[in-house]
Design a binder for this molecule. Structure first.
Ligand SMILES: Cc1cc2nc3c(=O)[nH]c(=O)nc-3n(C[C@H](O)[C@H](O)[C@H](O)COP(=O)(O)OP(=O)(O)OC[C@H]3O[C@@H](n4cnc5c(N)ncnc54)[C@H](O)[C@@H]3O)c2cc1C
Length: 423
């Protein structure tokens, strides 16, 4: 049986669920369309960092120095599958165009209002979803193995300080005191003190599903196959079923580009794949109290509670549906074993998810340029767990004709629908 609604939300990850909840709060009749597979959501498997300071995109001026190693697949932060490159050429060109200091600084300034509102939006959502005990102002650490690596991040510190992002610089001794679980000697660390984190983000997503249902939101389980304008509204096709709605929110994470393509929008986006695996901390180890980005290993170590650590890999540029390649997570796990006192893996297989990535590190949030009643909310890349809840509030503003409190012009879809200016 087909369903009708005021608005259909496509995708039930952090962005789609937060949007669906915020839309219900505005009194709209909402249907959320999602296959309902918890582990298929990138929102399930991330590091849980919610940071005001996450304003510096991957496309940085440092790219050019690292490019030779990246191209040889010799840096574990990035792994490129060459056969996939032709398919993401627009993304790669935009990425290179964005890797300039002026663009980096502009992206940081544009992202700050979004990341600055992220923790507050998480607190509001967690209070309603009953997950406040999973959220904390833990801070997060970026650790550097050498003084040279620390010195190379000077521009990052300059930009963060310029935006009033609070951080402390720790030497090796101060780091051991701050985070005694780290046994590897590091030269320096940056402790971002305003940062929060969510333990087991997948539980937050589950709680949001329950909250949405409790608010009277409806769900249709299944993958949306096509979006089509119909009679002044929209037909959201799921195989032989359909949802008819006046408006649609496209929030299907890394699948969004493909669905938009069906309407003629060719976004320069990519799936930045990433892996995680859980390990038990040795019972004699002090607990890990906050997420740690080991810049030398290109990986994150994030505490998930009850002595469990989630080891997360860097970026793999490959087709979303391609078979897993465990090279990076195996390297990250080996490095993690030298950084923390770890027992054996707790999962049989590493988890694999796809960051819905844009080349300039900013999400796509806004009305579709050529279709009424279609709102884009995807492309949150490395910060979608952080900024999902606040994006939901923006989506609800857009759907109800209000001006969002946060400037969204820099997130306009149009910028990724044209060829980049390389010079
Ligand atoms: C290793 C790793 C570490 C990360 N660490 C962090 C971090 O610390 N902090 C942070 O903020 N972010 C982090 N991220 C990024 C973050 O996880 C993502 O940006 C965020 O989860 C994106 O949310 P989303 O709702 O857009 O997508 P998703 O969570 O992927 O949700 C998309 C949903 O759409 C559904 N869908 C797909 N196709 C269809 C279809 N055809 N029809 C209907 N539904 C469909 C999917 O099944 C899924 O449920 C990390 C990501 C990775 C991979």
């Amino acid at each position: 049986m087909d369903e009708t609604a005021d608005i259909a939300v496509v995708g039930g990850g952090m962005v789609g669920l937060a949007s669906a909840i915020a839309l219900r709060d505005r009194g709209l009749d909402v249907v959320l369309c999602d296959p309902g597979e918890a582990r298929a959501r990138t929102s399930y498997g991330n590091a849980g960092v919610v940071s005001r300071g996450s304003i510096l995109p991957m496309a940085s001026p440092a790219l050019w120095g690292k490019l030779p190693a990246y191209l040889r697949n010799a840096d574990s932060a990035l792994r490129l599958r060459y056969t996939h490159l032709p398919r993401i050429l627009p993304y790669a060109l935009h990425f290179m165009a964005a890797a300039r200091e002026s663009r980096w600084r502009a992206a940081a300034a544009a992202l700050l209002p979004l990341t600055g509102a992220a923790y507050g939006a998480h607190e509001r959502l967690a209070a309603r979803a009953g997950t406040t005990d999973r959220l904390g102002r833990t801070g997060w650490l970026k650790v550097y193995r050498t003084e040279d690596a620390f010195a190379a991040a000077a521009l990052e510190r300059d930009i963060l300080a310029g935006h009033g992002i609070a951080f402390e610089i720790l030497d090796g001794g101060a780091l051991r005191e701050a985070e005694p679980a780290l046994v590897r000697p590091f030269a320096r660390a940056m402790l971002l003190t305003e940062t929060g984190s969510v333990r087991e983000p997948g539980r937050l997503v589950e709680a949001c599903e329950a909250l949405f249902a409790g608010l009277g939101g409806r769900r249709v389980r299944g993958a949306v196959s096509a979006l089509a304008p119909e009679g002044g509204g929209w037909r959201v096709g799921l195989g032989d079923r359909a949802v008819r709605a006046r408006q649609v929110v496209l929030a299907a994470g890394a699948a969004s580009g493909g669905l938009a393509h069906g309407l003629g929008y060719r976004f320069a986006v990519a799936a930045e794949r990433g892996y995680h695996r859980h390990y038990a901390l040795h019972p004699d180890s002090p607990p890990l109290t906050r997420p740690v980005l080991d810049t030398g290993a290109g990986s994150i170590l994030s505490p998930m509670g009850e002595g469990r650590v989630r080891v997360l890999s860097g970026v793999e540029l490959n087709a979303r549906g391609a078979a897993p390649d465990h090279t990076q997570i195996e390297a990250a796990s080996r490095e993690a074993a030298g950084t923390l006192r770890l027992g054996g893996p707790l999962d049989n297989e590493p988890w694999l998810g796809s960051r819905p990535a844009t080349p300039d590190g900013m999400p796509v949030i806004g009305r579709a340029p050529r279709h009424d009643g279609l709102i884009f909310a995807f492309g949150h890349g490395h910060i979608g767990l952080s900024t999902g809840p606040i994006t939901g509030e923006i989506v609800a503003d857009l759907a109800t004709g209000r001006d969002p409190a946060i400037p969204i012009a820099p997130f306009a879809p149009e910028r990724l629908l044209r060829w980049p200016r390389l010079l």
